[in-house]
Write a protein that binds this ligand. Structure first.
Ligand code: SAH
Length: 359
């Protein structure tokens, strides 16, 4: 049973200072605790050896440090490691460690399931079960960094696991603030990428954030008809609205928006699609990341040949767009993009979720 004690993993540093201050503790105690939890990966008070034993016991009676539990670890032949994590209420999520890209990268989930229902994504088949809390989002990074010996090393975070980060906006941004704390893991927003289906009000809010992560937009199609068929939220936020929000997005010098484009054989992978994509992105500081589909049972699309992907990429490059082809990692353990899914749990159907979103 999850305990009802106040969960330190859900608190930003200033909130922890306030909670400890109410007990008569000075502010530096909060910083000490934060360092144990984030930099040392501790999830219980007993090991916090620079706190007196009576204080440790007192804290253990009042607080807990909610931490996702590793249920299973699958290691791919390419070194990618997929973690199955159990949350306090028993729900399961997946997070992935992708080494040497050349950086070390954690791919983190923001929701249990997802409401977006993209036609080529397995997570979309689950529907949305629930939002993750800020502590659960940041907790994945704590757990994975500890499990991969990365607590003292620089790493990147991509919010490209299960869920739509801008559909869980507040908790996602709070998690980034917690991870950014200099007394925690001090993750710079430049090392974080938010990937979104393109929820326009969320993009506008993101543009006003003091801590601005990198932005990746999942485009996947070049006409509204095609995009609505693949990415249902396009009905509410069509291409023109998304691209307009991208044009207005306040980018730092030298920064660009990444446009992700999953390639589906015979659907969106023709030279005409490539030329339309070039036209759509005109005037936007953009780079394009092509993601050849990772096929999965129940997904009614095929992965195009490497030649077809290369031809598409060449058309973009000829028009001076920066283009890369995502090398999908961990496909042998179903850790690649769009392959994260866990069974079980009650949920609204994807259609019900969509109806809520469209209101
Ligand atoms: N909700 C966010 C994060 C999703 S996962 C978003 O939509 O951006 C990150 C990327 O993987 C997205 O671009 C997503 O569309 C893509 N993706 C989903 N399923 C895929 C699959 N089967 N093969 C390849 N890429 C996929």
């Amino acid at each position: 049973m999850p305990s009802t004690a106040c969960d330190i993993a859900e608190l930003e540093l200033h909130e922890l200072e306030a909670a400890l201050g109410a007990l008569g503790q000075p502010a530096f105690r909060a910083r000490q605790l934060y360092r144990w939890v984030y930099r040392r990966g501790l999830a219980d008070f007993a090991g916090m050896t620079d706190l007196g034993v009576p204080l440790r016991e007192d804290l253990a009676g009042r607080f807990r440090i909610g931490t996702p539990e590793v249920v299973r670890k699958d290691v791919s032949i390419d070194g990618t490691t997929k973690f199955l994590l159990r949350l306090a209420d028993g729900k399961l999520i997946e997070s992935v460690f992708i080494p040497d890209t050349p950086s070390m990268t954690f791919c983190i989930s923001t929701q249990v399931g997802c409401a977006m229902a993209c036609g080529f994504c397995l997570t979309g088949k689950m529907g949305l079960v629930r939002n993750l809390t800020a502590g659960e989002i940041a907790g994945q990074v704590r757990v994975l960094a500890a499990a991969t010996d990365m607590l003292d090393h620089p790493f990147n975070i991509v919010l490209m696991g299960m869920g739509e980060p801008l559909h869980n906006y507040d908790n996602t941004m709070k998690a980034l603030r917690m991870l950014h704390s200099e007394h925690g893991l001090a993750v710079s927003p430049r090392r974080v990428t938010i990937s979104t289906v393109g929820i326009v009000p969320g993009l506008e809010r993101l543009g006003r954030e003091p801590l601005m992560p990198n932005l990746a937009v999942s485009l996947h199609a070049t006409t509204d008809e095609q995009r609505t068929a693949l990415v249902p939220p396009n009905r509410k936020y069509p291409l023109a609205a998304i691209l307009e929000a991208c044009r207005r997005f306040p980018l730092k010098k030298r920064n660009r928006i990444t446009f992700e484009y999953v390639m589906l054989e015979g659907v969106n992978d023709s030279p005409d699609d490539a030329r339309r994509l070039v036209r759509l992105l005109a005037g936007i500081k953009a780079k394009v990341n092509l993601i050849p589909l990772n096929p999965a049972p129940g997904i009614p699309y095929e992965r195009p040949s490497d030649e077809r992907v290369a031809r598409f990429a060449q058309i973009l490059a000829d028009k001076h767009l920066t283009v890369s082809v995502r090398k999908s990692r961990g496909r042998d353990i179903r850790a690649a993009c769009g392959q994260l899914i866990v069974e079980g749990g009650t949920k609204k159907s994807a259609a019900q979720q969509m109806a809520l979103l469209m209101k």
